[in-house]
Design a protein around this ligand. Structure first.
Ligand code: ADP
Ligand code: MG
Length: 644
């Protein structure tokens, strides 16, 4: 049994790891320095985990060892050593973590590389950490890597893993008395710069300055008085600051930025930063960011969202989702609270009311700061809205508690905007409502251009009443939770029972009667009903249309248009909803159709014209199941029109 352990075993890498190694070794020459960031970040993870163990578990090897990371380089021999006093790995863990990788990270990374290549984007190794395979980046600079590790578990023995990144690795027992991991790298000839202390200092400053444990570098000090040569000593080279525990006044823009980059690997500028602390109702510090883009994590590699949760400066949970409502999952950052138990877990959330208190404060801060952003930096807010507006709508749909905080952040296109780029808020809408207007009107559709031609709008345009254009698929969901704003109900323009302003109520006019006399109009309506049969709920005169020949409206008891759209989006068996067809008695087209019918009830064009009017209305509503089906009929009508 011991034999098995002492003997060095040679093992092959899994296929996708081999592929990954080939790419790292042969095609990535830029940003190679990030290998150091990846190794330091692994060391820091290992230190976080031992710190947690030390607090919750008494039986840990080397309880007294300082928690830190030590770098030691030897230029003459082209070697670099990275040592940590973290949690360490057993022999099995070395094999599992560095050799077999059950995770899909390697595959995803390869796929991302391929996709970027297709798009002609130069991809760099920089993003590798996002895929959970950061360790392998060391082979960009290494001829050979030796990882010697000893687990914190007293009974475990030390082991050594070694590889040249060429298809195999070896694993054997090792002599290592202290807890932790030592990674020895024999640098490639063309990577020897990473054995120079000044270079290491610079790379750590750029990529790992905020690592929460001290990073020491062995270097020769400048000679002190009376010395010819300086002493060789370890000096700390990172700031190791918990930035979130500082007062915002002490932190300059540059520090925030560099923290953000190191924290998220997003190289854009965050759209919003929230740095706050509180003593009551719960004590905590928070430093949160809204990233530059929704998908700044390339190719959606890491779906893990959530905040980093610290208790007394110790990282206790990553991707902690219980501190923000789910719809704010795009927010990144750190929360650090003295009031939290160290063993907080998903199951414990209910029993930890302090979490809810922190959550409430955070939601309030985020919504408040977003409102300020909209006021102070409209351009940045516009970017925010384009990237993240959908999440806010989701929140409004499902979270009644925070609804009030977010409705003022909503933006919509509108009939009063000059173009699709002009957005209004509900507050702006209400401010410019007509004197007698008691409702907020909106229209749903797929796209600005289609909506702005909708016959539903004619009446509103004529009476100068603003209508919001809801063109985002999320809008239908949002309306599930948003029924009013400041006491004013939101109403769809196709709603049958609108409470229109007094001075713009549609009136009975003589005009309609003159256009088509009652008996003729009745005959026409009857023909419409006979032709369309049960495809419509009813056919009747419109009091609202001015130019268009007809429109479709919802019968009073029908599921509203909004819910119909939600159903369609959810992929529930979608059937074209039955609606009421309203016809415009004053439209020349309808007048001519009526005349044609009166002259000859068997006129061959009457029925196709009715069919086409109906189907065109379906298209405008965005509910035609297959518009191409209309083409033969359109051709038939064109032939008739083209006849001399
Ligand atoms: P990730 O860090 O995203 O999990 P890596 O490829 O960087 O992916 O590392 C793989 C795994 O190897 C880590 O999850 C960890 O379990 C283990 N590991 C790497 N370096 C260390 C270390 N210094 N100490 C302890 N475990 C480590
Ligand atoms: Mg890692």
């Amino acid at each position: 049994m011991t034999e098995e352990k002492t003997e060095a075993a040679q093992v092959e890498f899994r296929a996708e790891i081999q592929q990954l190694l080939n790419i790292l070794v042969h095609s990535l020459y830029t940003e190679r320095e990030i290998f150091l960031r990846e190794l330091i970040s692994n060391a820091s993870d290992a230190l976080n985990r031992i710190q947690f163990e030390l607090l919750t578990n008494r039986d840990v090897l080397d309880e007294q060892a300082e928690l830190g990371i030590w770098l030691e380089a030897d230029e003459a021999n082209r070697t670099l050593t990275i040592r940590d006093t973290g949690i360490g790995m057993t022999r099995d863990e070395l094999v599992e973590n560095l050799g077999t990788i059950a995770r899909s990270g390697a595959k995803n990374f390869l796929q991302a590389m391929e996709e970027a290549g297709k798009k002609g984007q130069g991809i760099t190794a920089d993003i590798i950490g996002q895929f959970g395979v950061g360790f392998y980046s060391v082979f960009m600079v290494a001829e050979e890597v030796t990882v010697t590790s000893r687990s914190y578990r007293r009974e475990a023995e030390a082991a050594v893993w070694s590889s040249q990144g060429q298809g195999t690795y070896t694993i054997a027992a090792a002599d290592k008395a202290e807890r932790g991991t030592t990674i020895q790298i024999k640098l490639k000839e063309d990577a020897k710069e990473f054995a120079a202390p000044y270079k290491l200092r610079q790379v750590v400053k750029t990529h790992s300055d905020f690592v929460a444990f001290p990073i020491y570098l062995k270097e020769r000090k400048p000679p002190a008085e009376g010395e010819t040569e300086g002493k060789i000593e370890f000096t700390q080279i990172n700031q190791q600051k918990a930035l979130w525990r500082q007062s915002p006044r002490e932190v300059d823009e540059e520090k925030y930025e560099s923290f953000y980059h190191q924290f998220t690997f997003d190289f854009g500028k965050p759209l919003l930063r929230v740095h706050t602390s509180a003593d009551a109702p719960a004590q905590f510090y928070a430093l949160l960011f809204i990233p530059s883009k929704k998908d700044y994590r390339l190719f959606g590699a890491k779906e893990d969202h959530g905040l980093k949760l610290y208790s007394r400066k110790i990282l206790i949970r990553e991707n902690f989702k219980e501190l923000l409502p789910n719809y704010l999952r795009f927010v990144e950052g750190v929360v650090d609270s003295e009031d939290l138990p160290l063993n907080v877990s998903r199951e414990m959330v209910q029993a930890t009311p302090v979490l809810d208190k922190i959550k409430n404060v955070l939601v309030r801060r985020i919504s408040g700061d977003l409102a300020d952003l909209a006021k102070d930096k409209p351009d940045t807010y516009r970017t925010f809205w384009q990237e993240f507006g959908g999440f806010i709508k989701e929140g409004i749909a499902i979270d009644a508690d925070s609804r009030g905080k977010f409705t003022d952040l909503l933006r919509f296109q509108s009939s009063k905007g000059a173009n699709a780029e002009e957005w209004v808020s509900l507050a702006q809408y209400v401010e410019r409502m007509k004197k007698d207007q008691s409702e907020i009107y909106y229209i749903l559709g797929d796209d600005y251009n289609v909506i702005s031609r909708s016959p539903h709008l004619e009446y509103f345009k004529k009476h100068d009443i603003e209508v919001l254009y809801l063109t985002d698929p999320m809008d239908s969901f949002m309306l599930v939770g948003l029924h009013e704003y400041n006491g004013k109900p939101l109403k769809n323009v196709d709603d049958a029972g609108l409470n229109l302003p007094e001075d713009s109520k549609p009136e009975e006019t003589k005009e309609a009667e003159t256009a088509i006399p009652a008996d003729k109009f009745e005959a026409l309506v009857t023909r419409f009903k006979e032709t369309l049969k049960d495809r419509v709920e009813d056919v009747r005169e419109s009091k609202i249309l001015t130019d268009s020949p007809c429109r479709l409206v919802n019968p009073p008891n029908a599921m509203n248009t909004n819910m119909q759209r939600v159903q369609r989006l959810l992929g529930k068996d979608y059937q074209v909803p039955k609606k009421i067809l309203e016809i415009n008695r004053t439209s020349p087209l309808i007048q001519n159709l009526s005349a044609r019918l009166a002259a000859n009830p068997d006129d061959a064009l009457v029925n196709p014209l009715i069919e086409q009017l109906f189907e065109s209305a379906l298209v405008i509503e965005g509910i035609h199941p297959n518009p191409a089906d209309m083409i033969p009929r359109i051709q038939q009508l064109m032939e008739a029109a083209a006849k001399l």
